[in-house]
Design a protein around this ligand. Sequence first.
Ligand SMILES: NC(=O)c1ccc[n+]([C@@H]2O[C@H](COP(=O)([O-])OP(=O)(O)OC[C@H]3O[C@@H](n4cnc5c(N)ncnc54)[C@H](O)[C@@H]3O)[C@@H](O)[C@H]2O)c1
Length: 259
Amino acid sequence: MNVKDLLSLKGKVILVTGGSGNYGRCIVEGLAEADATVITTSRSLARAEATAAQYSQRGLDVHAMAVDQDDYQSMLQLRENVSSTFGRLDGFVNNAVARPVKGYRAPIEQFAESMQSNATGMFFLLRELTDLIIESGGGSVVNIASMMGMKGPDLSNYEGTVGMGDLPADYFFHNGGLINLTRYMTKMHAGRNIRFNCISPGGLFNNQPEAFVKNYCKKVPLGRMANSDDIKGLVVLLMSQAGEYINGENILLDGGLNA
Ligand SMILES: NC(=O)c1ccc[n+]([C@@H]2O[C@H](COP(=O)([O-])OP(=O)(O)OC[C@H]3O[C@@H](n4cnc5c(N)ncnc54)[C@H](O)[C@@H]3O)[C@@H](O)[C@H]2O)c1
């Protein structure tokens, strides 16, 4: 088969959580540019609709739905809405992240809040949408973790910055967990024509303070932070037929920082 056809996502329905966030917008755009029908979700339907409208104006097939990973009913409703609107689901990019913890000594309730969204709620939604993909005949799940789920913090990146560097523990904990959850799901669903992979990105440039960007970039062999195009090709590959033999993998996307 021609490699362009292998990479095409035409005819596939793919849902992205946190589609209005920083990496989420890049992922929604990349999947839609590869001709997928994309469902972008946010807690607020209005925000998801605003994101979808931005891409629909360019002729891309992007739809909006709401979901809150703190609310089981809303996650069940999302599954129902996807089923009744599209009749199937071929792919899920598990990308949303809640960031309630404000540092190492933050009130422990903030850590519990993070676990509710980023661990318990995230798994509930992953399990529901996995079932829907299997019912649809199979497909692909891409979990978005972080290089921070693979290593401890590099505090020297924050030298010379103000108010940065008190890194929250939950982020390192749940991203590390998501990487291994990917392997667990891969083995648990063997033989069901569904693949699970994980992308662990490095920092996306988002106008961070100059001192941080300078400290960070001098350690990256490519000399820069990730830009808004960098994640697109990898997500498309993992969702496509071209990626059909990649399963249970965690792929660092960090410009060589952790080489
Ligand atoms: N931005 C980076 O530099 C970076 C680096 C490495 C990894 N990542 C990973 O990329 C993914 C996206 O991160 P981002 O930086 O784009 O995040 P972001 O904060 O820009 O967006 C996260 C999205 O998740 C949504 N969300 C938060 N709580 C939710 C809940 N309870 N229910 C449903 N949605 C909820 C938010 O509304 C938001 O749209 C995360 O998995 C993160 O770990 C990001």
